[in-house]
Ligand binder design. Structure first.
Ligand code: G
Ligand code: G
Ligand code: MN
Ligand code: NA
Length: 253
């Protein structure tokens, strides 16, 4: 509870930050996008884990504020990157509860307008497990976001229980293979088959496929051979704060 109040404050000072993890196009090797990930340094050297931040925000009714904090921070930093000639997409994590809000699409769209981010440069990531408890509502929200031009991705794909029937009905652009399978794909034939199947499945539905948790060159090479579109992981870069990310970009473009 005390920590939840602290989070309320953290949203107003600058102890809460957005980190960026580069996403690489496997065909060209270029960084095409970055996933925005929340970070909170509560005290010097004391970091609160992102899933814990999200859980606290949820429990204290601050998830909307947290989501808007991330969007507006990305927007402001995008302005700076754009001034330097950078044209990236941004992947934004959206929690399940946000899908309850009928004003979600308008709120996100307003934030993008303020900062001049083209809607099709925003990829909204929602986990597979968060869409299945109310499929109809999720489809409705996704359709609204899509109508405003945003792209939609299913995060941690393969660990939830979504069926092919849902996949067909959701207006999706992308599947993001859960990193458990990606990390295991060299040692575990079962994981390798799952990765291969998800890539085939995504392409059958005309979706892009992202592999996250790529930790070494061997996995990157395997994914490329399997026709995976985009990769992300420590092999390329860990999530970086904005100034680190700018340095990384200057060395990789
Ligand atoms: O960055 P890290 O691997 O620690 O993230 C852990 C979890 O926290 C991930 O599942 C990620 O989706 C979630 N997360 C990170 N940033 C955000 C955010 O801005 N909003 C929401 N809702 N979840 C986030
Ligand atoms: O939103 P999502 O659950 O996909 O969040 C991704 C999480 O994975 C973040 O917390 C990020 O810090 C973490 N991550 C990113 N790349 C790697 C990686 O290569 N290996 C591992 N173990 N974790 C990673
Ligand atoms: Mn994610
Ligand atoms: Na994920």
């Amino acid at each position: 509870r005390a920590l939840q109040n602290e989070l309320r404050w953290a949203l107003t000072d600058n102890s809460l930050e957005v980190y960026y993890q580069p996403q690489i196009d496997l065909r060209t090797g270029a960084c095409v996008s970055a996933e925005a990930l929340i970070r909170w340094q509560r005290k010097p050297g004391e970091w609160v884990a992102a899933d814990q931040i999200a859980a606290m925000a949820e429990a204290s009714g601050m998830m909307y504020n947290l989501t808007m904090f991330v969007l507006h921070t990305v927007g402001r930093q995008h302005s700076e990157l754009q001034a330097q000639g950078c044209k990236l997409k941004y992947a934004i994590n959206l929690s399940a509860s946000m899908l309850d809000d009928p004003n979600l699409a308008a709120a996100i769209s307003d934030a993008l307008d303020i900062w001049g981010i083209p809607p099709d440069h925003i990829v909204i990531e929602v986990t597979e497990s968060s869409i299945i408890n109310d499929v109809e509502r999720a489809i409705k929200r996704f359709s609204e976001l899509r109508a405003l031009g945003m792209q939609l991705s299913i995060d941690d794909f393969g660990t939830g229980y979504s069926s092919l029937a849902y996949l067909r009905r959701f207006p999706l652009n992308e599947l993001k293979i859960d990193q458990v399978f990606v990390r295991g794909m060299l040692d575990n034939p079962g994981d390798a088959r799952i990765v291969k199947s998800v890539i085939t499945l995504a392409h059958t539905f005309d979706l892009l496929v992202v592999a996250e948790g790529v930790e070494n060159a061997e996995i990157a090479q395997q994914l490329q051979a399997l026709g995976c579109d985009i990769t992300q992981g420590y092999h390329y870069s860990p999530p970086l704060n904005f100034s680190q990310f700018k340095v990384w970009l200057s060395k990789h473009t």
